[in-house]
Write a protein that binds this ligand. Structure first.
Ligand SMILES: Nc1ncnc2c1ncn2[C@@H]1O[C@H](COP(=O)(O)OP(=O)(O)OP(=O)(O)O)[C@@H](O)[C@H]1O
Ligand SMILES: [Mg+2]
Length: 293
């Protein structure tokens, strides 16, 4: 796998917003058929990195390569045309528009010539229904508004669209953060399918249970810099958790709660060990606490 040409690569990329250095000297690569999970605290630069890859921002320094070729995107439309599809948390869909319209979004198939050219809705509906069926979502009527689908299904329309239009790179900025377990697993399964289809996937999530099962590698950002990339076999679930936004807080919260429990235990033990003639119930709460935690 290491000898494989990366599908997408960043070389020493920096991004400045005036005096703010949002990214500094980032190098990262993702091969086709691989899921890279981007980790880091709030404000670490994750969104800036993917916006730079997807043409929203231009890098201040450094270069980006797509399939070995240097690229520079003037706008997201150029990145999309080159095969980099990005799915944002909320901006992915227009809720009042139909599933078919959202699926094609400006790339509707047409029939006829010149002044007689019109959108081939019948064909478009059939493709939208068929592509959704491929991922196990049965759409009764592709003309129904996307807003009537569940959150997970909506994310899947966006991913299905990227795959159908031949994306080589799929970028997902927290696609599962607002979803329940069942819906998130639909999206995760589809990410795994996109990988099996040979896409290079970059995935941002704050949930270790979502990141760990699908990722092949992890890149850690901290205050705009990269702390390196790790293969999954070299990093444990706990280490990944600590590198995520909020991971450090969770750890200190854990320590605080353990300390709290210890002092609580001590307090109860000292109360129980006092000579309390005939007080047979005194050690009950303590036993329950020790066993229940
Ligand atoms: N357009 C902008 N102008 C100025 N500063 C910006 C701009 N976009 C991002 N930044 C700054 O760059 C830094 C990185 O922000 P970014 O949104 O990339 O972080 P993030 O890792 O996505 O965080 P989160 O986990 O909260 O989404 C922040 O300090 C932010 O204030
Ligand atoms: Mg962000």
């Amino acid at each position: 796998m290491t000898a494989q040409m990366p599908m997408i690569e960043m070389r020493n990329v920096s991004k400045h917003f005036g005096s703010v250095v949002a990214l500094k000297d980032i190098s990262m690569k993702v091969c086709s058929g691989e899921v890279m999970c981007l980790l880091g605290d709030n404000g670490a630069g994750k969104s800036t990195l993917i916006k730079t890859l997807s043409g929203v921002h231009q890098p201040t320094h450094g270069e980006m390569l797509l399939d070995g070729e240097p690229v520079r995107f003037k706008s997201p439309a150029y990145a999309l045309d080159a095969g980099i599809a990005t799915v944002f948390q909320d901006l992915a869909m227009i809720p009042l528009m139909s599933i078919t319209r959202n699926f094609f979004m400006g790339r509707e198939p047409t029939v006829g010539w010149g002044p007689f050219k019109r959108i081939n809705w019948k064909y478009a509906d059939r493709i939208a229904k068929q592509e959704m069926a491929k991922i196990g979502i049965d759409v009764r009527d592709p003309g129904q508004p996307v807003g009537t689908l569940s959150g997970g299904e909506r994310q899947c329309v966006a991913i299905a669209r990227a795959v159908y239009f031949g994306a080589k790179v799929l970028i997902l900025d927290e696609p599962t953060s607002a979803l329940g377990v069942k819906q998130a697993s639909v999206v995760l399964r589809y990410i795994a399918k996109a990988r099996a289809d040979g896409l290079a996937v970059i995935f941002i999530t704050h949930n270790v249970h979502h990141a760990y099962p699908v990722a092949d590698a992890f890149t850690l950002l901290k205050r705009g810099g990269s702390l390196g990339s790790f293969r999954k076999e070299d990093i444990s679930r706990e280490e990944v958790l600590n590198m995520m936004a909020g991971g450090a807080e969770l750890e200190s919260l854990d320590a605080e709660l353990a300390e709290f429990q210890r002092s609580d235990n001590e307090r109860k033990t000292s109360r129980v060990s006092k000579p309390t003639d005939g007080d047979v119930d005194a050690d009950m709460p303590n036993a329950r606490l020790a066993g229940g935690y």
